[in-house]
Design a protein around this ligand. Structure first.
Ligand SMILES: Nc1nc2c(ncn2[C@@H]2O[C@H](COP(=O)(O)OP(=O)(O)OP(=O)(O)O)[C@@H](O)[C@H]2O)c(=O)[nH]1
Ligand SMILES: [Mg+2]
Length: 460
């Protein structure tokens, strides 16, 4: 819990119709009373909770603006603390002067995300809900808004709570059998126990699997355009973006450094990297670029492998095929893109034997581009999901927590089958609870939550 009262400008920095200054903490009302004077003459301390009134705003002895004040009394506020919001005219200097007056009246500056962090500490939000708030603020797609909105209403917390309670029930039966081995009163039957564990494991697997979609919608898929020089990688990046972002020329080896752009493909966010064409090169700069391209491909969630249909395959194509075979064997998603399809076809597609989706396109005239987009979307989004009823994991932190719980339950199942039920199984289930408790933040250390909230903007 935090004892001081903090304040910050909650609207974006800049000129606008109005600005909002938020004050939260035990002294929020008394601090606001030194700056804001309701026109009715009634002091702020007598304004009803969740009511807004008109009045004058002072910086020291000087009246500098008119505005509105809204009072939210603890616990019925965003932070759970007494909160006052002053709405003033949206001038940059004006808003800063009012904020300074609020500081002079006794408030401390709020850190990034501090209001939301206080809401978390006061039990108004769990960690997954708080992360969804920042997701809503950052959302650049309709689908991400939908996903984050479902999380702010606690869909993931409800799902993990349900599994958490089931594990707790099993754990208590383990402890009962440890404490009173001779009595089998509360002890569940072996078959019942193992089937409950397997059921929990199934639910955790199902929840963990949703991250494939959640990542695509919320965080973005790291995607690399990979191919030999001149196949049209930069042209494809430009076509997907709908703008001439990367330099395109007929000279092989045009792209040297990595070019990164975000693009929405239907419901999926792609973090797209255009790279230097792969070939043996004596040019030092180009070599470095090729090294970076392969490094990017190693880290990628998806590789778009580009071939040129208008030329017969050469050694560079075969070298590229070797690279792709390696990625496919590692289980990395790959889409083969056969570019320049509007030309006479001189490339023999039969040399491409990997079992991955393949799309013919022309970056020049746009042919096949929609099919490529659809193929990308279908790789990550399997049908319509109602986020309000299906809990979809939205970030790597939540995924790692659920995966950790899944692994711990799997170990518990093994231990049980090997007959080391009482000791090991209990430890594994404790671990599963600890991991699952990281989703809503109940078992996350303070310095980690500090780091999470630090990524928020000031004023939220
Ligand atoms: N006919 C035809 N030409 C294309 C198509 N896409 C790209 N090109 C041409 O192919 C040449 C190479 O295109 P880029 O997009 O620069 O190829 P790249 O793979 O990025 O090449 P590097 O950066 O050198 O590796 C340019 O002259 C493009 O105009 C296409 O669909 N059809
Ligand atoms: Mg290029």
């Amino acid at each position: 819990m935090k004892n001081n009262t903090v304040a910050a400008i909650s609207t974006p920095y800049g000129r606008g119709g109005i600005s909002v200054i938020r004050i939260s903490g035990n002294n929020a009302i008394s601090i606001a009373e030194k700056v804001f004077f309701p026109a009715s003459g009634k002091p702020i301390s007598e304004i009803r909770s969740n009511y807004t009134v008109y009045g004058k705003i002072f910086a020291g002895k000087e009246k500098i603006d008119d505005g509105m004040v809204t009072v939210f009394r603890s616990p019925r506020s965003y932070t759970g603390e007494d909160t006052v919001e002053i709405s003033c005219h949206g001038g940059i200097l004006l808003t800063e002067k009012i904020l300074s007056a609020v500081f002079s009246a006794g408030a401390d500056p709020a850190g990034p995300g501090e209001f939301t962090q206080r809401a978390f500490l006061n039990g108004k939000l769990d960690l997954s809900e708080a992360e969804a708030v920042i997701g809503l603020i950052d959302a650049e797609s309709d689908e991400k808004i939908r996903l984050c909105a479902s999380h702010t209403s606690g869909v993931l917390k409800r799902r993990t709570d349900e599994i958490y309670n089931e594990i707790t029930r099993l754990l208590s039966s383990v402890y009962v059998s440890l404490d009173y081995p001779e009595e089998d009163l509360e002890e569940v039957k072996d078959e019942e126990f193992i089937s409950s564990l397997e059921n929990i494991y199934g639910k955790l697997c199902k929840t963990a699997d949703t991250y494939r979609e959640g990542k695509a919608v919320s965080e973005g898929i790291k995607t690399v355009l990979l191919g030999k020089p001149n196949t049209g990688k930069s042209s494809i990046l430009n076509a997907l973006l709908g703008e001439n972002r990367a330099i395109v020329t007929a000279v092989p080896g045009t792209t040297r450094d990595i070019i990164e752009e975000k693009v929405n493909i239907g419901k999926v966010i792609l973090k797209l990297s255009d790279t230097a064409g792969l070939r043996k090169s004596a040019d030092e700069v180009e070599q470095i670029g090729i090294g970076k391209a392969l490094e990017k491909a190693n880290e990628a969630d998806l590789i778009i492998a580009v071939f040129d249909l208008s030329q017969p395959a050469d050694d560079e194509d075969f070298a590229m095929i070797k690279e792709i075979e390696h990625f496919v064997s590692e289980g990395k998603p790959v889409i083969v893109t056969l570019n320049k399809c509007e030309n006479e076809i001189r490339f023999d597609e039969r040399i491409l034997t990997f079992a991955v989706p393949s799309v013919r396109i022309s970056a020049k005239n746009g042919e096949g581009l929609d099919t490529l987009k659809k193929t990308i979307e279908e790789l990550f989004i399997k049908g319509e999901v109602d986020y309000n009823t299906t809990a979809v994991i939205a970030n790597a932190r939540q995924f790692s927590a659920v995966s950790g719980a899944k692994e711990a339950v799997s170990r518990a199942i093994e231990a049980f089958k090997e007959g080391i039920y009482a000791d090991t199984c209990g430890i594994d289930l404790e671990k599963a609870l600890e991991m699952l408790g990281q989703v809503d933040g109940r078992s996350v250390a303070g310095d980690i939550t500090d780091a999470i909230f630090h990524n928020f903007c000031v004023g939220k």
